[in-house]
Write a protein that binds this ligand. Structure first.
Ligand SMILES: NC(=O)c1ccc[n+]([C@@H]2O[C@H](COP(=O)([O-])OP(=O)(O)OC[C@H]3O[C@@H](n4cnc5c(N)ncnc54)[C@H](OP(=O)(O)O)[C@@H]3O)[C@@H](O)[C@H]2O)c1
Length: 360
């Protein structure tokens, strides 16, 4: 059996307070200082992943105790050694492939520097994350009765690793796509890459002006704070929030009952998986990046996989095919940490159509 490990980290100090309740009474800087001095270690054992092919795998969560803020704002010479340390814990446990979760996948050129430092295979899990984000968005659009072929899509964080490939895939399905980023030059490069797509492609650095035009939104920035607010969204639109921490403000949940917000990348895991750790998902489900690591282990693929800032479309397609072969698939829709029922989605569609009728 090929074993895997997956590196997780607290998205914020609130995650630390869930495990150590006294931390809630301490200032963030004290909690982060304590985290910075704590070595990476095993968090739990993961058992029971079984593919319909008969292949099995098991592994570990390994904790890298740095927050998103520390991983995003500290210089690379402080963050990369800490992620390498966690990958070495995985290696010592006997994992042959290790996945990098959330912001541990962003430092060091999208996992490349970690991959160079360890003997085992490394993946960010971003290929299957892209596949599930796009699949989920298109399926949600179908449920909201959006005609995708004539729709406008927007990708926020389009110059990033995941955003760029999401834009490539959506540009083959929609009529118009707005790629939104912060760096004009990177946007122009993306525009050139996307010329020749089915969709008309527009680049923008103005999120507030561009999002209201889109019926489909994929948001996948590495911002520490939310970047999508209720007043930016079009009635009846679908917003797939792939980012962790999340991009979509909690105000959207409270103020926009006419917009379908889904979490990107919630995947059903085959077999009788036990994570022995609660990361906030229903039993038997995991993030797509975790799923990609398990899929590679089931397939016995222990070389580096989704690495670097330029993901290959071919790997997105391959990971999607391997997922089907091993019984992985979208685990329904979740929104703001809760599962959405068909009735919830019908209600949102109904509200959107009432809003459209009222403004007609
Ligand atoms: N749900 C899942 O299963 C899953 C799996 C993997 C990753 N993720 C999450 O996906 C997100 C992106 O990952 P990635 O690997 O694509 O990261 P990445 O390559 O670093 O790209 C992030 C993008 O976000 C943009 N950005 C950063 N801060 C921003 C801000 N304040 N406002 C607007 N744009 C901003 C960056 O712009 P510049 O190009 O200008 O820097 C970049 O284009 C992260 O939150 C990560 O945790 C989720």
């Amino acid at each position: 059996m090929t074993r895997f490990a997956f590196i997780i980290h607290p998205l914020s100090t609130a995650d630390v307070a869930r495990k150590y309740p006294f931390a809630r009474y301490l200032p963030d800087c004290l909690v982060e200082a304590a985290m910075a001095r704590t070595p990476s270690k095993i968090v739990s054992e993961i058992t029971g992943v079984r593919s319909p092919t008969g292949a099995e795998t098991a592994g570990w969560f390994v904790g890298c105790p740095l927050s998103s803020r520390q991983l995003a704002e500290w210089p690379p010479e402080r963050t990369i050694p800490r992620v390498i340390e966690a990958a070495r814990v995985a290696e010592a446990l006997g994992a042959e492939i290790v996945g990098l979760g959330a912001f541990t996948a962003i430092v060091g050129d999208g996992g490349r520097e970690v991959a160079e430092a360890v003997e085992i295979g490394v993946t960010t899990g971003n290929s299957y994350t892209v596949a599930t984000a796009v699949q989920g968005t298109l399926e949600a659009a179908r449920l909201m009765e959006i005609d995708v072929s004539s729709a406008t899509a927007a990708v926020l964080g389009a110059t990033g690793s995941i955003g760029r490939v999401c834009a490539h895939l959506l540009a083959d399905s929609v009529a118009r796509i707005i790629v939104i980023g912060r760096r004009e030059e990177a946007l122009q490069t993306l525009l050139r890459e996307l010329s020749g797509s089915r969709a008309e492609v527009i680049a923008s650095t103005d999120t507030a002006a561009s999002l209201p035009e889109a019926e489909l939104v994929v948001t996948v920035t590495s911002a520490l704070d939310t970047v999508v607010e209720p007043e930016m969204l079009r009635s009846g639109s679908v917003v797939c929030d792939v980012a962790r921490p999340r991009d979509v403000s909690g105000r959207v949940a409270r103020e926009r009952d006419d917009v379908l917000v889904i979490e990107g990348g919630a995947v059903a895991i085959p077999g009788d998986v036990n994570f022995n750790f609660n990361f906030g998902f229903p039993p038997g489900t995991a993030y797509a990046c975790m799923a990609e690591t398990m899929i590679l282990a089931l397939e016995g693929m222990t070389e580096d996989y989704s690495i670097g800032k330029r993901l290959e479309l071919e790997r997105v397609r391959e990971s999607s095919g391997l997922a089907v072969r091993h019984g992985f698939g979208l685990a329904g829709f979740r929104s703001f940490e809760r599962t959405l029922s068909d009735e919830d989605i019908n209600r949102i569609r109904q509200r959107a159509s009432e809003t459209a009728n009222a403004s007609a």
